[in-house]
Design a protein around this ligand. Structure first.
Ligand code: ADP
Length: 448
């Protein structure tokens, strides 16, 4: 097992990884920007190294600085968390070339799945159903028009290197297409340094359902069921739940088995998520995330599996501590992403947190790096905590969630917590009857 892990991240996920390491008897090294000197991940880690100024490009994305920190502290592995360098194949290679372990899949798998065009092809060949679309990249407007006529409208122009819900443009008809391709290409080139785009059928009212997998180096592949992440704003997840209110046990078993078989044939290692859109009883692959995800706790709550612990053990060459037959899904869990943002306008609200009182009690988990007196810096994403609630059934969870949100106190800044209290009053949400565009429609209604 590793003796010392460098955590190349910040915020709640750095803390989550630190906790797993300490429970495994592993020392931790925090890295931080000058804006994060007082951050909780720095205060709790065994050692910490300042890796640069506030801008992420000069700190949390600064590979030479991070590698120097690993070398100085004698870390033997690097955990990238999510975001930042977590899906950067070159970073994984550099870590390995320095003789350290990268806690994640192989650089080849990161690269394969990092390009959505190659990812779609790979999983399709492995037996996973994909969203109908262009076979590969779109080269010119005529090419796009021909493919679009074959596929039919509406279509989504998507960036091969896209992420974070960016780099997508909708074309409802032929008249929109050329403009959509041009805009998507320009945006993708600016945001991801790669203007490659492809076409996909636009699904009108799908759910976003993703399957968690975990694979070790002994050929064991296990799926841990699905998460329903259909509550989204601007293609970004706001709330996630497991199991999905839309799936039966048989459907869960079926898609889980398809995914496990595919992941096994690809030879994937570590934790990963296969994301689908689900509409009309059918699954359509959109992408694979080759890292731990923000919403991993809902899976942990219903399975009792510590995903980070297993992920670290797998990277250290150990086998999975359980088999598919051992996995039992117990009850239901919902996660709310608490952002430092206004609950209606979503305008970021960084600044000093005067009071912070987390809720507690049975089935309540709050993953957060905030404390009373902490100043949320304006340089990074606005996620300040995840409230995860577990219960025997969805009704229990909704009641517990309401009680927990009412207990949560964060003063000094705005948070999205009141949004969830409002959603809990909505019959559609109460019934679990919502799709990926539901929240945006609901928000528009509230404004009008
Ligand atoms: P990213 O990598 O930016 O997160 P994804 O491909 O995972 O991009 O898609 C993010 C979200 O965008 C999905 O959860 C869904 O809400 C929406 N989306 C993506 N592809 C489609 C599609 N073909 N039809 C309708 N919505 C889509």
């Amino acid at each position: 097992m590793f003796e010392k892990v460098l955590i190349a991240n910040r915020g709640e996920i750095a803390l989550r990884i630190h906790r797993a390491c300490h429970e495994m008897g592993i020392a931790t090294v925090a890295v931080h920007s000058t804006a994060d000197r007082d951050a909780k991940h720095v205060l709790l880690a065994d050692e910490s190294v300042c890796i640069g100024p506030p801008a992420a490009a000069q700190s949390y994305l600064n590979v030479p600085s991070i590698m120097a920190a690993a070398e100085i502290t004698g870390a033997d592995a690097v955990h990238p968390g999510y975001g930042f360098l977590s899906e950067n194949a070159r970073f994984a290679e550099i870590v390995q070339s320095h003789g350290l372990s990268f806690i994640g899949p192989s650089p080849d798998h990161i690269r394969l799945m990092g390009d959505k065009i190659t990812a779609k092809k790979a999983v399709k060949d492995a037996g996973i159903p994909v969203v109908p679309g262009s076979e590969g990249e779109i080269n010119d407007p005529e090419d796009a028009m021909q493919i679009a006529r074959d596929l039919g409208f509406p279509l989504l122009v998507k960036a091969a290197s896209g992420g974070g819900g960016r780099g997508m443009k909708l074309a409802r008809s032929e008249g929109d297409l050329v403009q959509a391709v041009q805009t998507a290409r320009a945006e993708a080139a600016a945001a991801f340094g790669d203007g490659t785009v492809y076409l996909e059928r636009y699904l009108e009212q799908p759910r976003h359902i993703e399957v968690q997998v975990i694979a070790d180096s002994f050929g064991n592949v296990v799926h841990l069921g699905e998460r329903d992440c259909s509550l989204q704003r601007r293609n970004q997840k706001i709330l996630e739940e497991a199991p999905s209110p839309a799936l039966s046990e048989d459907q869960r078993e079926e898609i889980g088995t398809v995914v496990s078989t595919a992941i096994s044939s690809i030879g994937y290692l570590g934790v990963g998520t296969i994301e689908f859109l689900y509409e009309g009883g059918e699954f359509f692959f959109i992408e694979m995330n080759t890292r731990l995800q923000v919403e991993h706790p809902v899976t942990e709550m219903i399975t009792g599996v510590d995903l980070v612990r297993e992920q670290i053990a797998i990277a250290a060459g150990e086998p999975l501590s359980f088999t598919q037959e051992d996995v039992r899904f117990r009850g239901c869990a919902i996660e709310c992403r608490i952002n430092a943002e206004h609950p209606r306008t979503f305008v970021p609200s960084p600044g000093k947190v005067r009071e912070f009182h987390p809720p507690g009690g049975l089935g309540v988990r709050l993953d957060s790096a905030v404390y009373s007196g902490y100043s949320i810096p304006p340089y990074y994403d606005s996620l300040i905590g995840k409230l995860i609630v577990h219960g025997a059934c969805r009704e229990d969870v909704l009641r517990r969630l309401k009680r927990s949100l009412e207990e949560l106190v964060v003063t000094g800044i705005e948070t999205t917590s009141p949004l969830f209290l409002d959603l809990l009053n909505e019959p559609d949400f109460q019934r679990g009857d919502y799709h990926i565009h539901w929240l945006e429609h609901w928000l528009a209604q509230q404004d009008s």
